[in-house]
Design a protein around this ligand. Structure first.
Ligand code: IMP
Length: 199
């Protein structure tokens, strides 16, 4: 089966493809099927935004489409940056600017707890959808560490491993990450969907 990936985030794309290749599905890019969809992420939840993206690409391509919406929720900031993780601090900031702003907003804060969340939604041309959610708890470090990954990885510390996400190999990160967990659940849900619908 062919799934169109509704994402333009190159790093996320690599992680998604890595895990989805185990599902026996062929993942193609929007550009591979001649569509280029700009979706405004107006949802209040990760689930709503994943649906908005997958639905728009599915409609445009006439093929099943999968989207991931993800972000970092910090307890002491009442869940921020949350669904605004990619836009935290406004359009002038890059990844490093955003995680530095986060550290600044947590200056003096001893409660460093947070979690990464990933919501995956796959929309089918017949209107069906398959969804899954994954979470990875951790803490926000006091300073960045590590060179790998993307986004907030250098400041997201996993206490069990005593490392930030940016200090993990792609394999190590996929094994515990929000997206890795969501994709594994998604795999199960997709299998159930196929068994129930004979596709
Ligand atoms: P999305 O593309 O709208 O889902 O935005 C996700 C944003 O959340 C990214 O731009 C990152 O800032 C952040 N994010 C999501 N997953 C990760 C991750 O695995 N590591 C670091 N940052 C992440």
């Amino acid at each position: 089966m062919k799934l169109v990936l509704a994402s333009k985030n190159a790093h996320k794309l690599v992680e998604l493809r890595d895990i989805l290749s185990q599902l026996g599905v062929e993942v193609v890019l929007e550009s591979d099927v001649g569509v280029d969809v700009e979706v405004e992420e107006t949802g209040a939840t990760f689930e709503e935004n994943a649906y908005l993206k997958a639905h728009a690409v599915c409609e445009a391509a006439g093929l099943p489409a999968i989207a991931d919406d993800s972000g970092l929720c910090v307890d002491a900031l009442n869940g921020a940056p949350g669904v605004y993780s990619a836009r935290y601090g406004g359009p002038g900031l890059d990844d490093e600017g955003r995680y530095r702003l986060l550290l600044e907003n947590l200056r003096g804060q001893l409660d460093r707890r947070g979690k990464f969340v990933s919501a995956i939604c796959c929309c089918f041309p017949n209107g069906d959808k398959v969804e899954a959610r994954g979470e990875c708890p951790g803490t926000i470090a006091y300073a960045p560490r590590g060179e790998g990954g993307f986004g907030y990885d250098p400041v997201f510390f996993v206490p069990e491993l005593k490392k930030t996400f940016a200090q993990l190999t792609a394999e190590e990160k996929n094994a515990i990450s929000h997206r890795g967990k969501a994709l594994n659940k998604f795999k199960t849900e997709l299998e159930k969907y196929f068994n129930g619908t004979d596709q």
